[in-house]
Design a protein around this ligand. Structure first.
Ligand SMILES: [Zn+2]
Length: 639
């Protein structure tokens, strides 16, 4: 109780800007015990790593709902439940059947073997196509160098067989860029010339085993036409019938850089391609602490994602050995979820109140692409235009004391007193619990509020003004809602099976939760709703011990990538940041970025590499694929 009362007094004090008493002393263990229970359950074997399509996430959702109910929160989900269901479209997977039959000019049919002679590529569009075949060389149309495999070739409504890579592919200083060689560019070029399907064949430098591409290799960006990969030997046989030798064609092109494309009269290919995008049922867990009085119709959201990586099928940093192993996700994000449940208890226990309602949301699908929070802001359960603030907790379990340069606060001394004693204290290095708070620039006066609210906790506070970033507050910030995101730092167990509950600093975590409580109580009652501000500067992790050069303060393009898992085909723009560089430069949702400042972008890694060498404020050309058009726009990255 005591602790609670001191707490209540403190929150009132903070709203009126008076300095509080030191609260560190009072740590009621029953609170720690109930938090420990939640944490060890959520990050335990039963929840099995809370993968979105795994067995354990249902148990986690039921646990959160039961605790919301026990805390006295009202259900805010579907049909009086605590659940807001939504569907996750999984990454494309091969379905059945997948067939490819070649017919030669004499009408003889040859059925090829799926997985042995051919396979659909991750770019492929599902469907059936029975059409004539044309050999289109490397499938490249370029101004620099002047080279066009489609010159004089009739390909409308036909299959084009296209070699991977480019002429003189072995020469690192070869004339063709990576972007011109990328599968996505070649598929778009084929479509541009009216082809109805594309069959890739590996370059001779890919080795005589000529391995077929893994479906996931280019999964993520659809070519909008059937796209297969076929063995070289089959093309060689096909060309031989036309008295052509594949190797000679390649060598010839390498020598004089003249295309060797040709029709294949009488040849046809009939294919059926099946791709399924699994529909995974998911759900956010939502409970509400109703408001009262004039502000009752306004909302403050407190959120934390409860999903994690399951057994490491996607997003694991543990390497091949971690595949199939439970990733317990104690810090990421059983800690934030435990915080959410704990806050539900505290607010629920305070009963009726005058002020805004507080909506507690445990999001799913965060690890894939913030899917649960994006679903919520697209399908809000409470009016978004009356949602005045969002507080997000993600990885708040590894509070670490760090050396702090600010002198120790003399007990009971106020700022002004401190100055007198400053001299002696500054010599002694003080250890303080490190906490990162993002979003301090997303509302007027928010930075000062954070300083004041956090002072009694004596954190080593790292503030980042930006409201975007790899967690659920990002979805609300993009809807022009001020946000604060609480994070205690990255560590070597991140996204590995070793992120286990025994490593969680529970008392430290409780301090963070206490601070979130202060902020939430403040925004629930402050008469004036916070004024949203667009922030400059994106996300960076000030706690990352070995930030990759350039990544830490890499200039921002202001896009939200949509196909993290793809390794080729470019980066899909799933969203652009309001007022960001991309939006100003004319990049749109749905575009596929394939080159930045002349650097090829095949995947998220290529994107980061290209951006890490750019300068904020210096305009750069960005090439995007929009439908079948390749468009170059000028974009000025921001700090
Ligand atoms: Zn997380």
């Amino acid at each position: 109780m005591a602790y609670r009362l001191a707490w209540a007094v403190f929150t009132v004090i903070i709203s009126f800007g008076v300095l509080p008493v030191d609260l560190h002393a009072a740590k009621p263990s029953p609170v720690l015990e109930r938090m420990r229970k939640d944490l060890f359950f959520l990050a335990g074997p039963e929840c099995a790593g809370r993968g979105v399509s795994g067995p354990g996430i249902q148990k986690a959702a039921d646990h959160i709902a039961a605790e919301f109910q026990a805390a006295g929160l009202k259900p805010a989900g579907k049909e009086g439940s605590y659940f807001q269901p939504f569907t996750i479209t999984g990454s494309p997977q091969l379905g059945t059947p997948n067939t490819l039959t070649l017919t030669n000019p004499d009408g003889q049919k040859r059925e090829l073997t799926y997985g042995q002679d051919f396979t659909p590529t991750g770019l492929t569009k599902p469907g059936k196509l029975d059409a004539e075949l044309v050999f289109a060389g490397y499938g490249i149309t370029a101004e620099k160098p002047a080279y066009d495999d489609y010159a004089g070739l009739k390909v409308a409504g036909k299959w084009v067989i296209v070699l991977r890579k480019s002429p003189n592919a072995g020469d690192p200083h070869g004339p063709f860029t990576q972007e011109q060689q990328s599968l996505a560019t070649k598929a778009a070029n084929a479509r541009k010339h009216g082809a109805a399907g594309i069959i890739f064949v590996s370059h001779f430098s890919d080795g005589k085993d000529d391995p077929l591409m893994d479906f996931r290799y280019a999964a993520g960006v659809s070519a909008e036409l059937p796209a297969l990969h076929m063995k070289r030997s089959i093309l060689a046989q096909l060309l031989a019938r036309e008295k052509k030798i594949l190797k000679d064609l390649e060598t010839g092109i390498d020598e004089d850089l003249k295309p060797r494309s040709c029709p294949l009269p009488g040849w046809k290919a009939n294919a059926v391609v099946s791709v399924v995008r699994p529909k995974i049922p998911a759900k956010n867990v939502v409970g509400v602490w109703e408001g009262g009085g004039p502000l009752a119709e306004e909302t403050v959201v407190i959120g934390a994602h409860y999903d994690h990586l399951g057994t490491g099928e996607y997003g694991s940093l543990g390497g091949p050995s971690a595949k199939g192993v439970v990733h317990y996700g104690a810090d990421d994000n059983a800690s934030g979820t435990t915080g959410l449940i704990e806050l539900a208890r505290r607010f629920g226990a305070s009963g009726q109140h005058t002020g805004r309602r507080i909506v507690f949301i445990a999001f799913s699908g965060e690890e894939i692409a913030l899917l649960g929070s994006r679903h919520y802001v697209e399908h809000p359960l409470f009016p978004l235009d009356k949602t005045v603030f969002m507080l997000n907790m993600d990885m708040i379990g590894r509070v670490t004391p760090v050396e702090s340069d600010a002198p120790a606060a003399a007990p009971g001394k106020t700022d002004s007193d401190k100055k007198d004693t400053g001299k002696a204290d500054s010599d002694k290095k003080v250890m303080r619990d490190r906490l990162v708070i993002y979003g301090t620039g997303t509302a007027k006066g928010l930075d000062a509020f954070v300083d004041q609210a956090a002072r009694p906790f004596d954190f080593q506070l790292l503030k980042v003004p930006g409201g975007t970033g790899p967690s659920d507050h990002d979805s609300f910030y993009r809807k022009k809602i001020p946000v604060l995101f609480f994070f205690t730092g990255t560590h070597r167990d991140y996204h590995r099976p070793s992120d286990t509950p025994d490593k969680i600093n529970l008392p430290g975590m409780m301090k963070v939760i206490d601070l979130v409580e202060v902020a939430a109580r403040h925004f629930a009652v402050v008469p004036q709703s916070p004024q949203y501000l667009v922030t400059q500067g994106g996300w960076s992790d000030p706690t990352d011990p070995n930030p990759r050069p350039g990544r830490m303060n890499m200039p921002k393009l202001g896009v939200m990538p949509g196909n993290y898992e793809a390794t080729d085909g470019g980066v899909l723009v799933d969203d652009v940041t309001p007022g960001g560089a991309a939006e100003k430069g004319g990049i749109r949702k749905g575009d596929v970025i394939i080159a930045i400042a002349g650097k090829p972008v095949q995947n998220i890694g290529g994107y980061m590499n290209a951006m890490s060498t750019q300068k904020a404020g210096k305009a750069i050309p960005v090439i995007v694929l929009r439908k079948k058009d390749k468009i170059t726009v000028q974009v000025t990255p921001t700090p």
